[in-house]
Design a protein around this ligand. Structure first.
Ligand code: ZN
Ligand code: ZN
Length: 371
């Protein structure tokens, strides 16, 4: 799978060394090394072209597992011998003012990250300062796949786990996880393939002593931060509720104002409508009065003129006026039965005459039947 893994780590006299520790004359089996995993003899390949590395002299074992075992073994040797610097433990967290859910042991991972991985809000709590110590012991933990998973170091009975992210030429897309429920530090070596392949023991120790290569993955200390985080969250939540309430009140006031304005406008429209109605009524009345006056004037004029026999009487509206020969009524031609020039018979007199004529024509017939 990873055929090109060049293992720089070997085991000599129970101690891990790198291929770069060897002298020129320690090439091949003269290196006196064995595989850190299967303990079969290693040959040192100190060629001029390819990078120096160890290779099984026989069939050998899983190259990746062998490499990882060397790397973890190297770290175990370092951790149990050197003064160790444990980086400070900071947590970054974010407070969700919209949430009423407290941070607990089961839900905190989404809201808290450990220094130095950032991304959440810049609120932070220092849980422990950098500590220098000598571990009492360090032990490699082998996983189900027979590969090393962590080194557990102890100090006065307290345990801390180290998980190594190996160079990405050895394991691609390796995702470090906290080791069980033990405080876990990741040793980030994923981009250090070249450095490691050329390092001797001293340089490997320098890599392991650089706190910049460490990253906290988890720590039970984080639980001690919950009280502070939760009280901040509670405060933020209450403030946010107040804020929301204020917004609601403002909104209600605004709505009330709008409603008042709307009613005022409606009232104004109603008043204007009534005014217009009144004006229209007055205008109508005024026109009617004018009309009546004009009519009276016309009539006055017509009555004085109609006495003159044979004169055609036309008023200001071009209406023809006629006087009834039977009853003497003076009216416009539309009210006349028959007329000629300015004389005629009005409708009433015309109807009377028809009724009379009818009565006259029926009388002789009744007389005839009697006979
Ligand atoms: Zn091996
Ligand atoms: Zn008449």
């Amino acid at each position: 799978m990873y055929g090109e893994v060049k293992n720089p780590f070997g085991l000599r006299d129970g101690k891990h060394i790198t291929v770069n520790d060897l002298r020129e004359d320690e090439r091949g089996l003269a290196c006196n090394c064995v595989c850190p995993l299967c303990k079969d003899p290693f040959e040192a390949r100190l060629g001029a072209v390819r990078i120096h590395h160890f290779a099984h002299s026989g069939e050998g074992c899983d190259e990746v597992a062998s490499y990882l075992m060397g790397l973890y073994g190297f770290f175990r040797d370092y951790a149990s011998s050197a003064i160790f610097r444990i980086p400070k433990l900071l947590v970054y967290y974010q407070v969700d003012k919209r949430s009423n859910v407290p941070v607990t042991r089961s839900n905190y991972t989404g809201q808290i990250t450990y220094y130095p991985k950032r991304g959440l809000s810049q609120k932070r709590i220092l849980l422990s300062k950098e500590v220098k110590l000598s571990f009492d012991s360090a032990e490699i933990m082998i996983g189900k796949s027979k590969r090393p998973e962590a080194v557990i170091a102890t100090y006065h009975g307290r345990r801390i786990a180290f998980v190594i992210s190996p160079p990405n030429t050895v394991c691609k897309d390796f995702a470090a996880k906290p080791y069980k429920d033990i405080a876990t530090l990741e040793i980030v070596l994923s981009d250090k393939a070249d450095l490691i392949s050329r390092a001797n023991t001293e340089q490997m120790y320098a890599i392991f002593s650089d706190v910049n290569n460490y990253r906290w993955l988890s720590s039970p200390l984080v639980f001690s931060a919950f009280a502070k985080i939760n009280s901040e969250r509670e405060e933020a939540y209450q403030d946010y509720q107040k804020e929301l309430k204020q917004i609601r009140i403002q909104q209600e006031e605004e709505n009330k104002k709008q409603e008042e304005l709307r009613q005022k406008e409606q009232e104004l429209r109603r008043q204007r409508f009534e005014e217009r109605q009144k004006e229209a009524k007055e205008e109508k009345l005024r026109r009617q009065q004018e009309e009546t006056q004009r009519e009276a004037k016309d009539r006055e004029l017509v009555e004085s003129q109609i006495k003159i026999h044979g004169q055609l009487v036309i008023d200001s509206r071009k209406r023809r006026w006629i006087q009834c020969e039977s009853c003497g009524k003076i009216a416009t031609d539309s009210e006349f039965w028959t007329y000629q020039w300015n004389r005629g018979q009005c409708k009433e007199c015309g109807e009377k005459r028809i009724l009379l004529a009818k009565a006259e024509s029926e009388q002789p017939r009744r007389a005839e039947k009697k006979n």
